[in-house]
Design a protein around this ligand. Structure first.
Ligand code: F0G
Length: 408
């Protein structure tokens, strides 16, 4: 059973029944959130093994029988001394979300949101997606027998993610235009047809699953919060969910501090980074967003009203990186630490390198970079790899071993 929770407006705190499924406040139009009263409580999960459902008390699903799981969470927090030394930081950790069942952090959210959908009696679930949300939703729908509809920008989803959506049997609708177009379509669809349940990150139940990343990181660091967390930002659901998680752990008295949250966007799709840089209270959507990191090719982030407070309250920042910096970071992490992540995820490493150069992050900080998706999802980066010599091996020659050694 979860601890008592409420569904309320993030902005004006108006409360709503937890069955409400259009995710805007009727008074002010703000986004909704789940609020748990955690202060004064004692966490009973210390001896449970690491996973999203380790934190059952803080997940707003009332009845265990609706829980739909593929064993999500419990991902590695990898100490990266080789890459850290090269970048100039002693305590670099990578929280590798590519280790989740469908290869991205979305699974943390989907296990919670899909379970809630079932609890609410929903039969059809729908999302707009740059690929990972769709892949995850398709898998969890298949797992639970729900009908899955995904709306995606035509020709702009990485091959691996398309394959996942197809093999899990989702109905795929493609819109001309970018992700923002697809998002508008699902919002309109779910407003007009109550039978379709919206599974994007404006769904506050999904974000409750995603906040568990923060709990896990603190548990993996033996009850300490990192100094700084760096992660890619698209719609901004993840950074706000993780910030909420660090806040709850702090209120529970498990950690003494909260980290600085640094959001990273690609130069050609950076409405949040621009707003933070110019100290604006609102974002200016970017039309025709461009970047090789297709997962975060988003011009109008739906969660921006949650992102700006997360960055400001945490004394963090939002930065931009170029596609070239992303590709270099992707190769560095793969070749120096054995961790293969998709381009959007590598943006966090690229940002770390830049932030050390500009002095935004200190060399002595304990930094966690969140790598959000697995590298195999987007094989198109093969076109950007530097040419590597491949040798022909004639094992019929008696001296082939010596020849092999000579080329090394
Ligand atoms: N990293 C990856 C690999 C993603 O797929 C996404 C978002 C993000 C980062 C950004 O997360 O939106 O919570 O700020 N992908 C969404 C999708 C948009 O449809 O898969 P965010």
């Amino acid at each position: 059973m979860p601890w008592p929770y409420q569904l309320r407006c993030f902005n004006c705190h108006t409360r709503y029944p937890t069955e409400k499924t259009n995710y805007r406040c009727e008074k002010c139009g703000g986004l909704l959130e789940i609020s748990f009263k955690v202060s004064g409580r004692k966490a009973p999960w210390k001896n449970r093994s690491l996973s999203v459902w380790k934190y059952r008390e803080l997940l707003p699903i009332d009845n265990d029988r609706f829980i739909t799981t593929l064993a999500e969470g419990g991902t590695g927090l990898h100490f990266c001394p080789r890459l850290g030394r090269e970048i100039g930081i002693k305590k670099l950790y990578v929280k590798n979300e590519g280790e989740n069942p469908t290869g991205s952090f979305k699974d943390r959210g989907m296990t919670a949101a899909l379970s809630k959908a079932r609890e609410l009696g929903k039969k059809r679930v729908v999302c707009a997606s740059t690929g990972n949300t769709a892949a995850s939703l398709a898998a969890y729908s298949a797992r639970s027998g729900l009908t899955c509809i995904v709306i995606i920008p035509e020709g702009k989803v990485a091959t691996g993610k398309m394959l996942q959506v197809m093999i899990h049997g989702a109905s795929i609708f493609q819109v001309t235009g970018d992700f923002d177009e697809a998002m508008k379509a699902v919002v309109t669809l779910t407003e007009h047809r109550k039978a379709f349940y919206l599974m994007n990150s404006v769904n506050p139940f999904r974000l409750e699953g995603q906040k568990t990343l923060a709990y896990e990181v603190c548990d993996q660091l033996d009850g300490k919060a990192p100094d700084t967390v760096v992660l890619p930002v698209g719609n901004g659901g993840n950074i706000s969910a993780i910030w909420k998680g660090f806040g709850e752990y702090n209120m529970l008295g498990i950690t003494e501090t909260r980290p600085r949250m640094i959001g990273v966007q690609a130069e050609g799709a950076a409405p949040i980074a621009k707003a933070v840089k110019h100290k604006q209270e609102k974002i200016q959507p970017v039309t025709n967003p461009r970047t090789i990191a297709s997962a975060i090719r988003i011009g109008s982030p739906v969660n921006w009203t949650k992102v700006l407070p997360a960055i400001n309250e945490s004394h963090g920042s939002a930065e931009t990186v170029s596609d070239k910096e992303i590709l270099v970071a992707q190769r560095d992490l793969a070749s120096k630490e054995g961790i293969f992540v998709e381009p959007a995820s590598a943006a966090s490493i690229a940002c770390l390198r830049k932030s050390l150069e500009t002095g935004r992050i200190d060399q002595s900080d304990l930094v966690v970079c969140v790598t959000t998706g697995h590298g195999l999802k987007d094989p198109s980066v093969v076109d950007y790899l530097p040419h590597r010599q491949r040798y022909t091996l004639k094992t019929t020659q008696p001296d082939w071993i010596e020849r092999l050694e000579r080329t090394l």
